[in-house]
Structures are given as C-alpha cells and as structure tokens.
Design a protein around this ligand. Sequence first.
Ligand SMILES: *[C@@H]1O[C@H](CO)[C@@H](O)[C@H](O)[C@H]1NC(C)=O
Length: 385
Amino acid sequence: MRIRLRKCSLIVKTFILVGLFMITYMVVELSVSSFSSLEKEDHTRNRWERDLHATEEKVEDLSRPLYIKPPPNPNAPGEWGKAAHLQLNSAEKKMQEESIEKYAINIYLSDQISLHRHIQDNRMYECKSKTYNHRKLPTTSVVIAFYNEAMSTLLRTIHSVLETSPAVLLREIILVDDFSDKVFLKSQLANYISSLERVRLVRTTKREGLVRARLIGATYAIGDVLTFLDCHCECVNGWLEPLLERIGENETAVVCPVIDTIDWNSFEFYMQTGEPMIGGFDWRLTFQWHAVPEQERQRRRSRIDPIRSPTMAGGLFAVSKKYFEYLGTYDMGMEVWGGENLELSFRVWQCGGTLEIHPCSHVGHVFPKKAPYARPNFLQKCINE
Ligand SMILES: *[C@@H]1O[C@H](CO)[C@@H](O)[C@H](O)[C@H]1NC(C)=O
C-alpha cells in the first residue's frame, strides 16, 4: 500500500512536471510567434513607408525644373536677393554711372551678379506648403519680348524661368527681339541661346513695339497657356504652378503674378509678403495700385485665393491661348508700350472673363530709374489719329 502510494505520488509528480513543461513551452512559443509577427508587421510598415517615399519622390520629380541652379554662394553679390554693394575705384564708378545713364538700370552691378542667383522665398507659408498635380496642369510657353536690353538682365530672366519652372509645364521660352540695334544681341546672344534647351529666338524685321512683338512671339507658341514676361525679371520658386492651376480650373481667368520690385541700383529683391495690391487707373488712363476692397476680401475663402483686379500692371500675366484668341488678343495698332495693359484688362472683363492676381505667384521686376527709351511718335500719333 505504501509502495503504491509512493508510486502514485511519483506519477502525479511526473504529470505536474510534464504539465509545467508544456505550459512553459506554450508560453515561450507564443511569445516567440507574437514577436515574429510583430517583426513581420514592421516589415510591411517599412515597405509601405518606402512606397510612400517613392511616390513623394515622383511628385518632387514633376516639379523639377529643366536646369537646376548651382548651390548658393553666400559671398557672391546679390545672393538670396540681397542688395549688392561693390567697392569701386573711381574708374569703375564712372563705368557704373555710364551704365545707369545708358540703361536706367545699374547694369555694371548686374554684370557682377550671378545669372543663377537664388531668391529667398518669403511667400506665405500656405503657398510654400501647397502641392500640385503637375500632370493635370496645362503647359505654357513663356513669351519675352525685348528691345536693346542689357545682356545680363536678359540672360538672368531666361535662366530664372528655366530654373524655377517645372520642366513638365514649360514647353518653351520664346524670345522676341524687336529689331534691337545693339551688337551683342546679334550673334553673341544667338550663340548663347543655342546652347539652352527649349529656348528659341525670333527676330522682327522692323521695329514693331511691345504689343506686336509679343503677338509675333505668341504665334510660335505650342503650350496651352501663354505666359508673358518682361525682359528684366526674376521668378521666385513656385511662381508658375498657381497661374496654370487657376487657368486649368477656368480658361477665362487671366492671371497675374504678384510683381515684386528689384531695385534698379542695388538689385535688392523686395518681396511683397502681405496681401497684394490690385490694379486700377485714373482718368488719364494711367495705371494705379489700390488696396483690396472689403467686398473682395469677403468673397475670398482663404489668403491664397486669387484676387480679382480691375486692371493689370503691365507685362506679366498668363492667359489661355484659346481665350486670348477669343478676346481678339491685343489692339494691333498700339505703338511701343503703355496702355496695352489697360486695353487688355477691359477686354477680359467685357468678354466674360476675370482678371486676377495670385498671391502665391511672385515674379520680381526691375523698375528702371526712368522710362528706358523714348517714344518719339507717341503723342503725335494720339493727336493725329
Ligand atoms: C469661369 O469664370 C467665369 C467668370 O467668372 C464664369 O462666368 C464661368 O461660369 C466660369 N466657368 C467655370 C467652368 O467655372
């Protein structure tokens, strides 16, 4: 009996031991398997993250310009759009004065500033964080007419467009030489341009004036949208997408960038960071700036909605090619420059369109010290006809 009892307790003990083993085994197994499944989850999350990055990269690729600016050189004059001041001896000062006399712009200084300088992007943060579906946006041809422009300001304009416009949106830049007589704008310019992709140079055979020169350029355009720029501009990153997106939404919108001032003497880039001004005119049909009226403030839903403007300041705007033709383009009888901006503005409003300024699109413009070239027949024409 005792032996049996002892045997019994031995069997019980063995059972308990085996049981314990099994429980331990199960616990270990469970924890291991849950760990490995965790690891698997980590793997899938990693892959998902990688895919996300890949699509982000693709989006970035579509905003890539045709040419990438060289890295900024903080010691170079004018980098980041800062004012440039040179230490000049008296002979150099004299040359600087001469260039100002000739061009009404400090071209002596412009020649020392990189053609690829970076401009500090101080736009509203909503503008900087906005993303675009580049595949859905219309494409554009940028038309730049010039007459006896200095080389460095003209080339800086061209490089700036090439280096800030997404390659998928920029079909071409069309330069129209309105019968300049400066020697360097002949073969030297043609040679320089020939090394650049998507830039073509058209020359008029007689002096046409800004309006007809632009229209001649437009006839070569293959993009959906015509973007007109002046020949001494610098574009801020992200300037093009807002214009094209708006025209993609509604073809009858004619959209202007905010025109920032580049100082004619120091080349400092003054970015207008707050609410832009809108265009008006006085009874001499001279263009004027006005604050945005309360009614328009109420109509807009956010700070980055386009602002309706009665008139445009001048040479900088984007318009659907089809709508521009529907409007009858510019008045072909216009001479030299001045007035065409108001004429086109009135057409837009009278033909069911809207004229707008987009707060996210910024282009700098050198406003010369004085009118750069004479308009000899300007008033005479007005009186005679
Ligand atoms: C485009 O804008 C015009 C002018 O505001 C408006 O009359 C028209 O309905 C708009 N078209 C579309 C498709 O939104």
